[in-house]
Design a protein around this ligand. Structure first.
Ligand code: ADP
Length: 346
């Protein structure tokens, strides 16, 4: 198992440090970096509903963790001038949990459900009705004598966030008027995120140092901001007092064993295991996870999306394979016969 600090630093999941994240969240659409098409679409959606005086359609935000889904929900609420209620799928397990939160909502408010794919089926069914007809049926009594008492709800906008849009049942997916699929960020966009964060945190960084962090941030703003905080720690302890340089970034991130492409020790062990123990693959997820002593879930949600995206790993119906870039990155010579299979999506 990995050391905790190391496990956290490149994880795209929130690490409970909401205070630090909250301070860096852009507040308006114009401040939100990248994802231009989604910003334009949301802008239109919000402006049109404001102009007509209607509530905004329900919105589904899909994409890997740390790309800005929660931030966008806050921004939409701010742009509309509506209140925002935050909850998450795992806390909505009984139909009554959904009824309780919906019955306390006020007209025009926004309900944000993070990890919406993790709601239970009965809770989802209660939500369908509320999304479509703005009512819930409260069941009174049990068995044949049970009666459904309809309860009208104020009109609200639901914003759902999911890392696994494929897991949402289609009746739920179909009830969203707008779905946005967030994508990983380009290095130039991450540099902008970092530049903004450094300014907000009062960290003096050379431009090349920002680029150096951006290239190691796995396309994810949450990771970029976290690495920036670690580099700041390094600067506070070892810095000369001037603007932090590329060398400072390299030394700081070397301590955490994060290499120039953003791979950490676990990523490299995984690639090495596929290459050395399984001759480059294909190998199944569980076997791959066991070979590095990690949970399959960690491999699937943290390592794999990044390794696939950066071309170190390929996925075929028979399992995962290390690509020629992976061999080269580890200083090994790929076999001349290495064939890269088609990669399949989620
Ligand atoms: P998600 O809900 O998708 O897991 P968050 O919205 O919580 O991600 O974003 C994680 C952190 O990354 C936030 O603190 C925010 O400051 C930062 N962030 C995400 N997207 C952007 C962006 N486009 N511009 C600036 N900062 C961003």
């Amino acid at each position: 198992m990995l050391h905790v600090a190391e496990e956290m630093i490149l994880s795209p999941h929130a690490d409970g440090d909401e205070g630090a994240e909250g301070a860096l969240r852009p507040k308006r659409l114009a401040e939100f970096i990248g994802q231009q098409r989604i910003k334009d679409q949301l802008n239109l959606l919000v402006s049109a509903s404001k102009k007509r005086g209607h509530i905004t359609d329900h919105i589904l935000l899909a994409g890997p963790p740390g790309l800005g889904k929660t931030t966008l929900a806050h921004i939409v609420a701010q742009e509309i001038g509506a209140g925002l209620r935050l909850t998450s799928g795992p806390t909505l397990q009984r139909a009554g949990d959904v009824a309780a939160i919906l019955s306390s909502i006020t007209e025009g408010e926004i309900l944000f459900i993070d990890e919406i794919h993790r709601m239970s089926r009965p809770a989802e069914e209660m939500l369908y009705l509320a999304m479509e007809d703005f009512r819930v049926d409260i069941i009174v009594g049990k068995g044949p004598g049970a009666t459904a008492i309809p309860l009208a709800l104020p009109r609200f906008t639901l914003i759902g966030a999911t890392t696994r849009a494929g897991l949402l049942p289609s009746p739920l997916r179909d009830r969203f008027g707008f779905t946005a699929q967030l994508d990983f960020y380009e290095e130039s966009e991450l540099k902008e995120v970092l530049s903004r964060s450094a300014q907000l945190l009062g960290i003096d960084m050379q431009s090349a140092a920002l680029s150096e962090i951006a290239s190691r941030s796995r396309g994810t703003p949450r990771i970029a901001n976290r690495l920036l905080r670690r580099v700041r720690d390094y600067g506070d302890v070892h810095g000369s007092g001037g603007a932090l340089s590329c060398d400072d970034v390299r030394s700081a991130l070397e301590l955490y064993e994060i290499d120039e492409r953003g791979l950490d020790r676990l990523d490299r062990s995984l690639l090495r295991a596929i290459i050395e123990r399984f001759n480059g693959g294909p190998v199944g997820l569980t076997t791959m996870a066991m070979s590095v002593g990690e949970e399959s879930e960690t491999i699937e949600s943290v390592c794999e999306p990044f390794l696939l995206r950066s071309g170190f790993l390929a996925r075929s119906p028979r399992g995962r394979m290390a690509t020629a870039s992976a061999w080269k990155h580890l200083g090994l010579v790929p076999p001349p016969t290495l064939e890269i299979p088609l990669t399949f999506g989620d």
